[in-house]
Design a protein around this ligand. Structure first.
Ligand SMILES: [Zn+2]
Length: 246
């Protein structure tokens, strides 16, 4: 499904639009012309559904060289191993997340929490990724005519990254689970959820100008996406915390 000139949606589960497996987060495909990249990879239960949506986008598989993973939770990262194999991707994530992915550490990825919530079935397998490139805050990777900048946003989970897509005429922000539509956040009883780090990350997002707002779940905004960041920061400035999903 094409969302903008440069952005397609090629995966989305029950907390989205039901395009692919129910466990999948939004999986975005950004098109830089000669090259393309995925942002998040879904849960890995049904990679074939995501590959079919990639094919339907008209972007050839050969052009897709990179995947940027927001955090280690299985709905975002569980598909990295299978899609890397299918497409020959370089997978990028923060150092803390890379460690979890390379070891396939289900406990550190909070898969048991997801099972308890019913997001993953009891037989779900979190597959390890052979090799993951470590991102740094502010580092940029060129994708054809585009650049993807890492914005470190720990809090929802250890090593969470947002990604800022720099394109002709502006920028679009991919927030993973750091921020959803309307300024809503996701706090969980997982080992690495850190409220104060999360609030700091929301303040930092407000320093990065962007137009489009593309979170990991629920709906998105093609224009005026910064209003969602403003809503969260205003809640913090009033001495509260932003609304939470659960
Ligand atoms: Zn998450």
């Amino acid at each position: 499904m094409q969302l903008t000139r440069r952005i397609h949606l090629v995966g989305s589960g029950v907390w989205g639009f039901g395009l692919s497996h129910a466990s999948d987060c939004h999986v975005y495909l950004v098109d830089g012309g000669t090259e393309a990249a995925l942002i998040d990879t879904g849960a890995g239960v049904d990679d074939a559904a995501i590959l079919a949506l990639i094919d339907a986008s008209g972007i050839s598989r050969e052009r897709i060289r990179h995947a940027f993973v927001s955090h280690a939770h299985a709905d975002h990262a569980g598909g990295a191993a299978g899609l890397r194999e299918a497409l020959g991707l370089t997978v990028h994530a923060a150092p803390e997340v890379a460690e979890i992915l390379e070891t396939g550490d289900e406990a550190k990825a909070s898969v048991p929490v997801g099972r308890a919530q019913g997001t993953y079935t009891p037989d779900y397998v979190y597959r390890a990724v052979d090799r993951v490139e470590r991102t740094r805050d502010g580092s940029r990777v060129r994708i054809g005519s585009l650049e993807i900048e890492t914005v470190a946003t720990p809090g929802h989970a250890a090593g969470h990254n947002a990604y800022l897509l720099h394109r002709e005429g502006g920028a679009d922000l991919f927030t993973g689970d750091t921020l959803l539509f309307g300024g809503m956040i996701i706090l969980q009883s997982s080992w690495d959820c850190d409220l104060h780090a999360h609030l700091d990350s929301l303040r930092r997002l407000a320093t990065h100008a962007h137009d489009g707002f593309f979170p990991g779940h629920l709906t998105f905004s093609v224009t005026d996406g910064a209003r969602h960041v403003r809503a969260a920061v205003e809640a913090i400035e009033r001495g509260g915390i932003p609304r939470t999903l659960f």
